[in-house]
Design a protein around this ligand. Structure first.
Ligand SMILES: Cc1cc2nc3c(=O)[nH]c(=O)nc-3n(C[C@H](O)[C@H](O)[C@H](O)COP(=O)(O)O)c2cc1C
Length: 370
């Protein structure tokens, strides 16, 4: 796909930072959004949709009074939602008005609301057959949303939704200041996404998740994760690991209790961080490599979960659990015979909040002998 450039863009240091995600391209520029000849620009509006300060005011000024007239007919807009109008005197075709959340410290659903702004605006653009859409940095002005967090959410939302769209090909994130542009560029550089294949990208981007939503992932997704685990390399081809998928709430609670007790934590601590699905991996002690085999199964499952948009984490103490009679009895009840060692749990669920960034990799851990 040819790089997407428009005459009249002002790009700081003449650098367009762009990268591909599936078939859509995201680019970061420093520009005045009202000058862009894209199909749709997104307005960071307030709930009245009757104009305001910042980018909202600039868009209304540049579009002329007809935009205000059109907005009056829309009856306002809720936070996180989006509505569309013509663009009147602006060089783009449409203005998509979305209302970002005011930042109250992050405990009031601000992150989800911001993500919804990007997702709903993109969906609306797609419905109106827009190929190119430009966003300002929503909520980061007087609404006080922390800029870096907002940029992470914007990128994640765009990545999540663009593969499902039919028409949107180019998404431009328009920064008003160099500081905003730098934040995006730093995030993109950290992700090193360019030119990397999807598997390696997933390996670098997967992180351990420690806050999950209660909603159970789809059974098909869990089955796919388990299958990915079962395809892991294994000593002498013996496939000496098995998986017990616990989605039953009662059994999950028992597991939480047992695991917390082994860990020495109080009863009210959930060592699985609220993850509703727990995939327990055990290794057959009759096979010398069972511990290594089971570890690879867990590694594959965490990557598979990530690739399906789910969060996961390896939770320990499965060994101690399956030394206890209660858990040995579970194996017997399931018809599993032989001697099995608990290797780990892959706790899986939808991520609640924002996935963490990877810690920098420690130096001095690679030795080449050439
Ligand atoms: C063998 C093993 C056991 C782990 N056990 C736990 C655990 O019991 N609780 C937990 O919160 N994280 C556990 N983790 C997750 C690690 O803390 C996590 O992988 C590490 O901090 C690196 O973070 P990252 O996975 O996001 O790169 C475990 C990871 C491994 C590989």
């Amino acid at each position: 796909m040819a790089p997407f450039k428009q005459p009249g863009f002002y790009c700081s240091q003449n650098i367009l930072k762009d990268f591909f995600y599936n078939k859509s391209m995201i680019q970061i520029i420093q520009a005045d959004i009202t000058t862009l000849r894209v199909d749709a620009i997104v307005n960071a509006a307030n709930q009245t949709l009757l104009g305001g300060g910042g980018v909202d005011g600039a868009i209304h000024r540049a579009a002329g009074p007809q935009l205000l007239e059109a907005c009056r007919n829309l009856g306002g807009c809720k936070t996180g939602e989006a509505k569309i109008t013509s663009a009147y005197r602006l060089p783009c075709k449409y203005v998509i008005h979305t209302v970002g959340p005011v930042w109250y410290g992050g405990q009031s659903g601000e992150e989800d609301a911001l993500k919804n702004c990007y997702m709903h605006a993109l969906q609306l653009a797609d419905d109106y057959r827009c190929a190119s859409v430009a966003f300002p940095c929503i909520s980061t002005g007087v609404y006080r949303f922390p800029k870096q967090r907002a940029a992470q959410i914007a990128l994640r939302a765009i990545r999540e939704v663009t593969p499902t769209l039919q028409n949107v090909q180019n998404v431009t994130l328009v920064c008003f200041s160099q500081e905003d542009e730098q934040i995006y560029n730093d995030l993109l550089n950290k992700k090193k996404g360019e030119g990397m294949n999807e598997i390696i990208k997933a390996m670098e981007q997967r992180r351990s998740i420690r806050q999950f939503k209660a909603e159970l992932p789809r059974k098909e997704d869990l089955a796919q994760i388990i299958e990915a685990g079962l395809y892991a390399a294994n000593g002498r081809g013996q496939q000496a690991a098995l998986v017990i998928a616990v989605t039953n709430k009662e059994l999950r609670e028992k597991l939480v209790k047992a695991n917390a007790e082994i860990g020495g934590w109080p009863d009210d601590f959930d060592p699985f961080y609220g993850a509703p699905a727990i995939l327990i991996v055990l290794g057959n002690k009759a096979c010398r490599t069972h511990l290594y085999d089971g570890s690879l199964v867990l590694g594959n499952m965490m990557l598979a979960a990530h690739s399906l948009g789910l969060g996961s984490i390896w939770i320990h103490r499965a060994k101690e659990e399956f030394e206890q009679e209660t858990w040995k009895k579970l194996l017997a009840d399931l018809g599993v015979t032989g001697e099995w060692e608990g290797i780990g749990h892959c706790a899986v669920g939808y991520i609640d909040g924002t996935a963490p960034q990877a810690a920098p990799r420690k130096d001095g851990r690679v030795f080449w002998v050439e």
